[in-house]
Design a protein around this ligand. Structure first.
Ligand SMILES: O=C(O)CCC(=O)C(=O)O
Ligand SMILES: [Fe+2]
Length: 352
């Protein structure tokens, strides 16, 4: 059947099913409908009319990075506190990474996805800890419904797995400064979170996402509602919207100025803050006209770190016990990857 991506026989065999990339599927077959394998019918359903706000001016918080490194720091730290508490999401502007560098990264990603399928297949990873891995959806061996998305994931810290380091892309340093601000905003020492994460050995993944045009965008999702596993995810996009964040029960479409970072707070930050800062739930909707590309750089603790609420934020005697069980970050990653990506179901497993 045209458009079906997983054959019955491939599912029946052991190992991951043979899945065609979204790019190939949409380009080669002149697809005019969403295959049944890609229709979201459950809670994550696409309907953009379920209370979603079409555009920001939504009040999405904006953090001025240059103020974080100036005498205005305390004002910006307070803005970070509000952003993390009320949204779990914010934009970072004036971060000093030039637009042509960001454009170069997006171009490189476009070129990668334009490679012949056979060339990309050599990077098809099987395991969450494979340092270079490309594929489709999230984990096709457990999913009932596939996302309208191809991805490339490359570990970039503590070991760098690209052939060469792009000069000037200093997102790790930007993330470090934001993290110290967040640490302070929790009433902790500025370097407390950095130390808890073992930042010098921190696990950082570069994730490129490609969302081709979809003939029936109301039926498919680029990514269903989920929270990110790490601490902070810094995201750039090719000027095409698609990211929506859940805020007070509404889906808010993120529109961001060119060259802003879109920042999600993740599960490890929720754990370390003992629930004061909830990881943000977000999803990606698709459209019928343009290919969207995003690059998410996820910053987590080192893989060996056992993450738990910061001792300063736990006070069991006064009714504020630890809300999460300690878990090694590597185990957490494996837990998330071995299940369907589904809201905050992974975090729910370690709540006390
Ligand atoms: O493409 C986007 O805007 C979001 C991607 C995302 O949520 C992710 O890679 O975890
Ligand atoms: Fe995400």
């Amino acid at each position: 059947m045209a458009g079906r991506r997983v054959t019955a026989s491939s599912v029946a065999h052991q190992g991951p099913p043979q899945v065609v990339s979204m790019k190939k599927l949409t380009e080669s077959s002149g697809l005019t409908f969403v295959p049944p394998t890609h229709i979201f019918t459950t809670d994550g359903s696409v309907s953009t009319t379920d209370g979603s706000v079409p555009e920001s001016p939504s009040g999405i918080p904006v953090i001025n990075f240059s103020s974080l490194t100036s005498s205005q720091r305390s004002v910006e730290v307070e803005k970070l506190a509000q952003a993390c508490r009320d949204w779990g999401f914010f934009l970072v502007v004036n971060h000093g990474i030039e637009e042509n560098i960001v454009d170069g990264m997006l171009d490189g990603v476009r070129q990668f996805f334009n490679l012949a399928e056979e060339e990309k297949q050599q990077f098809e990873g099987k395991h969450v800890l494979d340092p270079i891995r490309c594929g489709t959806s999230f984990n096709v061996s457990v999913e009932k419904c596939f996302f309208w998305r191809d991805y490339l994931k490359v570990f970039v810290h503590p070991h760098f797995h690209f052939p060469h380091i792009p000069s000037g892309f200093r997102v790790r340093e930007v993330a470090r400064v934001v993290l110290t601000g967040i640490s302070e905003s929790l009433g902790l020492e500025p370097n407390c979170l950095e130390e808890a994460l073992d930042y010098d050995a921190a696990f950082q993944i570069f994730i490129a996402n490609l969302y081709p045009p979809c003939p029936q965008p109301e039926l498919a999702l680029g990514m269903p509602p989920h929270s990110d596993h790490g601490c902070l995810t810094f995201l750039i996009q090719n000027g095409i919207q698609g990211l929506q964040v859940l805020h007070n029960g509404n889906w808010v479409t993120v529109s961001a100025p060119q060259n802003a970072f879109l920042v999600n707070t993740g599960d490890q930050l929720e754990i370390m803050s003992n629930g004061r800062y909830k990881s943000n739930v977000h999803r990606v909707v698709v459209n019928s006209k343009a290919t969207r590309i995003s690059i998410a750089v996820a910053h987590g603790p080192s893989l060996e770190t056992v993450v738990q609420p910061a001792a300063e934020l736990v006070d069991a005697e006064n009714g504020n016990p630890a809300g999460y069980k300690p878990m090694q970050y590597k185990e957490y990653l494996q837990l998330q990857q071995s299940n369907q990506l589904d809201g905050k179901s992974c975090l729910d497993r370690i709540r006390v």
